[in-house]
Every structure is written in structure tokens, then in C-alpha cells.
Write a protein that binds this ligand. Structure first.
Ligand code: LFR
Length: 490
């Protein structure tokens, strides 16, 4: 047996975070989730903010637990951070936060979003320049609003670090912008590896806040002394700028077939439906279909569509006292929902009313009433309706890609929380008419660690990593059926 290598993935999600210790030996990755913590944004006077200090505290707790979980005399080779997209920290040269960190669902971008939606020429120009459509959470809209409403920010801030960049700075002392997370901003040039002057100018965002993005896998240096000094296991730990965007990590973890005919679905708070490509998908139809040409860590493209995802389900569960609290209750709920008839009509999951409602159940009821549709009578009914509607949303995104690229997808690979939800997997297979292959895989953490292993030279490249990963993975295949679900395990 070769000497095992140990790495840590700090994986921040919008509703929960994880610290995962990875062990790589004999071409096999074993994950140990040493720490998991809830995350949520909070409102103050009508605005939404992340509690970044708490996130950092949790990361440190997780790192300590990871060290404690190492075998005797083992050391941690490297650490990498991934996070949800678009949100950012504005700092001065010393790295001090000069503005609270907003959460992307904050309604402050709504006026800018609407203004831009009605300015066709600017919309076209920005999409051609950045490959990112006009969506309420874009960093461009967020930063544009901030500069307009608090002009003094231009004197206070010297750098804009996206959240993984900021955590990388706290770990390593080095300020860099990493490419995949930069590509979520609507400020990166879709044809190059640098910022888009046209987009920065349009939103009046200071160009000097950003540095040319580094590719994923860049070594940022050793862990800062304050950590390194706490344990010999951390004395030589490298901080690696892995794909900072969690979706880029999840996509990297897909054990995709090399023929390029797999559609990817990273299913969590959002459903990210897309594929890997040498070139971006641009033009009027792509913009209308809300295709985001985000980047892979090496600079290639991941054209994808954001479907609202399990946010719908997570929100609805909050409205029911009877929501499940453990795996057994979950299984019962899904089984009950499965037995219900196929819903006569589905939700239009693109309804903006679902973005940040005070009550998701009320938002769904309003949506159904507007369309004179019957409301579900219990939680199982909502679950059935939501999963079926998301399945339709996934299939619609797939068809738009097929229309625009001439591709025909053969399978949908699903990772993330939703991959364990058989109702969702089956609904997606039924609506898309192709098999859905679900992997028992913590996609974001695996992609994060893959980038570290490649960077430190333990694995040759992503294709090799995927091959090793695929050899050891459990998968469940959901075959498309018009009415009833069928599952085959292998
Ligand atoms: C998923 C994700 C999506 C991004 C959304 C907002 O966690 O990163 O890819 O569009 O969060 O940042």
C-alpha cells in the first residue's frame, strides 16, 4: 500500500457547510466528514447578510477536528476552499472587511435587475462580453448597487475577494481571485481569462478591485503561522486555490464518460444543469434560456442553467411542523409522496415569487391559485409536486441545450443532496426521457480534493482522477418511465 495522503476540503454551502478530511491511497479517495454546520443569512433593516465570522469559526473548528482525526504522525498535505457563487468581501490592503458581506438573495439588486432587463442593447452587450445572463444575484448587480448607493466604498475598499478567495486569504495571507468563482460574477471576459472592461464600466465598478484570476490548482503558500504553529501536522500544509465555486467542484467530481454525452446535474439548494465544453454557448437564444457560461478550473466552459432546486423543498419544509427530522422519517415521507398520483399540473419553477419568500408554502399556494390549480392537501403532496416540477425544470434545461448545441445527451449524472432523493431522480428521468445515474458522492468535496491532489502531483489530471473515482463508485440508475418509477442498482 502506498503512503496515504491527507487533504482537507472546506466546503461552504448556502444552507450548510462541511469540513471533510480526504485520504488518498492506492488511487482511492476516502472521505471523513469531520464537521458539519448549518448556514443561513440574516436580515437587518431590510437587507440580508452572511455571518462570515461564524463561518470562519466553524472552519477553524473543522480544521482542528480534521487534525485530531489524522492517524498518529500523519500530516495534512493541503487544504482547499469552495463556496457558493457570486458573494464577496470588500477589504482594504490589510485584509480588513470594509463593508458587511451581503447575501445574494438580498432584494437590493431588484431595481438594477429590472432596469437592465428593459435595456435590450446593454443586455446583449453584457451577455456577449461575459456569457452570463441578467440574474438577480450577479456580483455585477450587487457591486453596481453598492457603488451607487455608498460611493465612499471606492475610497475604503482596495480589493474585492469572492468568498473562497477571502477564506484563502485568511488561511494563506495571499489575496488572489480564482477563475471559477470569478466566472460567476458577470464581470469576467467570456473569451479570455481576465476581467471584462465593458462589464466593469457598465456597472461602474473599480477595475483595481480585482487581480487577474489564477487558474484552479494554484498553490497559494503554506498555512499562516497562527494555524501552522498549533500542530506539527499543519507545519507544511499548502493552501491551494481549488475551483472556488462549489458547482465547478461538483462538476469536476462527475465520473463522466469521455464521449461528452453526459448532462450534469449538481442538485442542492440550486439545481445546476449543464455540461463541459471547449467553447461558450452564446447568442440571443442562449441568453433567453438563461445559460451561464461559467468556467472550469483550467479555463474551459461549463454552460449551465440554474433551476431553483431544493430551495423550494427546504423552504416548504420549514412551513410544516410535521417535517422529517431523521433519515427514517425522510424515507417515510418520500414513500408516502411516491404513492400519490402524478400531479395534474406542475409548478413553473422559474416564477420569481419563489426566490426569497417569507413563506415558501404560501408562495406555492399563490402560484397555484393564480393558475386556478388545486392546492396539495398535506406535506407529502407538496413534496410530490415540487419533485415533479423540478424534474420538468431539469428536462427543459436539457432540451434547451440540445436545441442550441445539436448535442444529444445520453445520461444525466446527478450528485449532491438531491441525488439521494429518489422521487426527484425518477421525476427527472421521466421528464427527460433518458436514464438518471445517481452517485453516492459528496460532489463538491470530491472535486475540491481532486484539484488538490492534481496540484500536489499525486494524480496526473482530472481525466485520470475521474477514472479512479468511477472504478470505486456506487451508483443507482433511474430509467425513464411515463407513470411509475423503476430502479436498477448496480
Ligand atoms: C450553488 C451556487 C450556484 C450559484 C448559486 C449562487 O451553491 O454556487 O452555482 O449560481 O450558488 O451563488
Amino acid at each position: 500500500m502506498s503512503r496515504p495522503l491527507f487533504t482537507v476540503a472546506l466546503d461552504f454551502g448556502a444552507t450548510s457547510g462541511r469540513v471533510i478530511l480526504g485520504q488518498w491511497s492506492d488511487h482511492r479517495l476516502t472521505l471523513n466528514e469531520v464537521h458539519r454546520f448549518p448556514n443561513a443569512f440574516h436580515s437587518l433593516a431590510g437587507h440580508d447578510y452572511w455571518d462570515v465570522a461564524t463561518l470562519w469559526h466553524e472552519a477553524q473548528t473543522g480544521l482542528r477536528k480534521a487534525v485530531a482525526a489524522l492517524p498518529k504522525n500523519a500530516a495534512l498535505s493541503s487544504i482547499g476552499v469552495d463556496c457558493w457563487g457570486v458573494d464577496h468581501a470588500l477589504v482594504n490592503d490589510d485584509g480588513r472587511l470594509v463593508f458587511p458581506v451581503h447575501a445574494y438573495r438580498d432584494p437590493r439588486t431588484q431595481p438594477g435587475l429590472k432596469r437592465l432587463a428593459h435595456t435590450r442593447a446593454a443586455l446583449d452587450r453584457l451577455y456577449a462580453a461575459t456569457g452570463i445572463p441578467n440574474v438577480f444575484y450577479n456580483s455585477s448587480l450587487q457591486l453596481g448597487e453598492l457603488v451607487a448607493s455608498c460611493p465612499a466604498i471606492e475610497d475604503l475598499a482596495t480589493r474585492c475577494l469572492f468568498l473562497p478567495d477571502y477564506f484563502n486569504f485568511l488561511l494563506s495571507g495571499r489575496m488572489e481571485n480564482e477563475l471559477t468563482i470569478a466566472s460567476t460574477s458577470q464581470l469576467l471576459d467570456v473569451h479570455g481569462l481576465d476581467w471584462s472592461r465593458a462589464a466593469l464600466d457598465y456597472f461602474r465598478i473599480p477595475a483595481q478591485w480585482f487581480s487577474q484570476p489564477v487558474l484552479a490548482g494554484t498553490k497559494l503558500g503554506r498555512l499562516q503561522r497562527e494555524f501552522a504553529a498549533t500542530s506539527p501536522a499543519l507545519a507544511r500544509t499548502q493552501v491551494i486555490a481549488v475551483p472556488g465555486h462549489d458547482t465547478a467542484c461538483a462538476y469536476d467530481a462527475m465520473p463522466a464518460s469521455p464521449d461528452g454525452n453526459d448532462l450534469f446535474l449538481s442538485s442542492g439548494t440550486w439545481s445546476l444543469v449543464g455540461f463541459e465544453s471547449e467553447k461558450p454557448v452564446l447568442g440571443a437564444e442562449a441568453m433567453t434560456a438563461r445559460i451561464s457560461n461559467e468556467r472550469i478550473g483550467d479555463g474551459r466552459y461549463r454552460p449551465l442553467t440554474n433551476v431553483i432546486g431544493l430551495w423550494l423543498l427546504e423552504g416548504t419544509l420549514k412551513d410544516f411542523e410535521s417535517r422529517p427530522t431523521n433519515d427514517r422519517e425522510w424515507a417515510t415521507l418520500i414513500t408516502t409522496a411516491e404513492k400519490l398520483p402524478v400531479p395534474a399540473a406542475l409548478l413553473d419553477v422559474t416564477d420569481p415569487g419563489f426566490v426569497n419568500p417569507a413563506s415558501m408554502r404560501a408562495a406555492i399556494d399563490t402560484h397555484l391559485r393564480k393558475r386556478r390549480l388545486k392546492l396539495p392537501s398535506n406535506l407529502a403532496g407538496y413534496v410530490r409536486l415540487i419533485c415533479a416540477s423540478l424534474g420538468r425544470g431539469h428536462a427543459d434545461a436539457m432540451r434547451a441545450f440540445e436545441r442550441m448545441t445539436g448535442k444529444t445527451f445520453r445520461r444525466i449524472l446527478i450528485v449532491g443532496g438531491g441525488s439521494k432523493n429518489r422521487l426527484l431522480c425518477q421525476a427527472t428521468a421521466n421528464e427527460a426521457g433518458i436514464p438518471v445515474v445517481s452517485f453516492a458522492l459528496e460532489g463538491t468535496a470530491v472535486g475540491n480534493i481532486a484539484s488538490q491532489l492534481i496540484s500536489i502531483g499525486a494524480v496526473k489530471n482530472l481525466a485520470t482522477f475521474r477514472q479512479h473515482l468511477g472504478n470505486n463508485l456506487e451508483q443507482t440508475v433511474y430509467l425513464p418511465l411515463a407513470r411509475k418509477g423503476s430502479v436498477s442498482n448496480n
